[in-house]
Design a protein around this ligand. Structure first.
Ligand code: HEM
Length: 377
């Protein structure tokens, strides 16, 4: 239908790989921040509590505040940090796969999504942020519910579910930051407090920013990674010979991860607004127009990835599953590390792994979520 397709509700869907990249990286393009939201006539969505709360976070800030906050975080997962995190992730994967094996032994089948994919990201990020393990279940529940407000056209009931989750998230992470302020340690959040105390004289401002960073990084890291892990395993199990092939040639594990991200990205689209009158793929786009960058469509653009519907771990293709430009995902390295460790152990320990049924998905449009992936061996 073209690189730029009018959306029935206004604005455009951007589908082509190059056009999507142009929007993500172009200096005429912004994220829909508070200033843009205030200029909209449709207030129900933009003024909703959950939308407003998200709009204060990194993903909805433009320069110069976005640059300042991003700079304060630095490279969250540099090579050294990932190296330090790897042994704990290895041990965690071993324990999670012990449980998977036991369940398969007893019941014949087990849900890889619930037992492994959902658990690994919260265990990893929870340990990194020094969050108490007994809180993980609560955090998972509220982060799953919060994302509805970020769907393409959230309904009233979706906004209400998100609002309740947002209030829980606010309470939980505000308390967490207050706790670290009272008892600082050598953990990540205490480090962010120290960084921001040096940048801002007002403690209230510092604590709000650290709350927003901590809450957002947590949300951004959980469902995305969980979906990627299940999708990766499912993509391999459904394509004949891939599992056995990868067992024989584990040096292609990284290629398999990239291909799964290309083929079936956990986040389907992201929105941007034109900061001034501009043009994309020959179409005039007036200032303030919202466009939706379709990550999945871009990854399946045959001009970039020939035969895009073929899942091929040797492809060496390109994808924008982690976005691009100033807002490029800060956790890409960590997500891939979790996938690499999980896949390595799964291949070694479950040579005959098979899907017992196709995965089940939550009824979502933007944030793809696998709710179940039953496997057997
Ligand atoms: C497979 C897993 C993941 C996927 C597919 C994913 C995808 C994305 C995408 C598409 C964006 C938006 C980029 C844009 O607007 O151009 C993003 C932003 C972000 N992600 Fe991820 N992500 C994943 C895992 C993680 C993890 C594990 C973390 C942290 C531990 C994380 C932290 C962030 C943050 C903080 C941002 C906001 C960056 C900004 O606005 O400057 N993500 N991610």
């Amino acid at each position: 239908m073209g690189d730029l397709v009018p959306a029935p509700w206004g604005g455009y869907l951007v589908t082509g790989y190059d056009a999507c990249n142009q929007v993500l990286r172009g200096r005429h393009w912004l994220v829909p921040d508070f200033a843009w939201q205030d200029r909209q006539t449709e207030t129900e969505r933009w003024h909703a509590v959950a939308t407003q709360e998200m709009s204060g976070t990194l993903s909805r800030l433009n320069a110069p505040e976005h640059t300042r906050q991003r700079h304060s975080l630095g490279n969250l997962f540099d090579r050294r940090t990932l190296q330090d995190m790897a042994p704990d992730i290895e041990a965690d994967v071993t324990a999670l796969l012990d449980r998977l094996a036991e369940r398969i032994r007893v019941d014949g089948v087990a849900d890889l999504s619930a037992l492994v994919s959902e658990r690994l990201p919260i265990n990893t990020v929870g340990r990194w942020l020094d969050i108490a393990p007994e809180d993980y279940a609560h955090i998972l529940e509220i982060t799953h519910n919060q994302v509805h407000a970020q769907e393409l056209l959230p309904s009233k009931s979706q906004l209400a579910i998100s609002e309740e989750a947002t209030l829980h998230l606010r309470r939980y992470f505000t308390d967490l930051v207050q706790g670290r302020r009272k008892n600082p340690g050598d953990d990540v959040v205490s480090g962010w407090i120290r960084t921001w105390d040096a940048l801002e004289s007002d403690r209230e401002v510092t604590d709000r920013i650290v709350y927003q960073l901590t809450m957002f990084v947590t949300i951004a890291s959980l469902e995305t990674t969980a979906t990627m892990l299940s999708t990766l395993v499912w993509s391999l199990l459904r394509s004949p010979g891939s599992w056995e092939g990868l067992r024989a040639r584990p040096e292609h594990i990284d290629g398999a991860i990239e291909e799964a991200l290309r083929y079936d990205p956990p986040i389907r689209l992201n929105s941007r607004v034109a900061g001034e009158d501009t043009e994309v793929a020959g179409v005039f786009v007036p200032k303030d127009t919202m466009v939706h960058v379709m990550y999945g469509a871009a990854n399946h653009d045959p001009r970039r990835n020939p035969d895009p519907q073929v899942f091929d771990i040797l492809r060496k293709g390109s994808h924008i599953a982690f976005g691009g430009g100033a807002h490029y995902c800060l956790g890409a390295g960590l997500a891939k590390l979790e996938a690499r460790i999980l896949l390595g152990q799964l291949l070694r320990r479950f040579p005959t792994l098979r899907a017992a049924a196709p995965p089940e998905y939550a009824p979502r449009m933007v944030f793809h979520r696998v709710t179940s992936l039953r496997v057997t061996a």
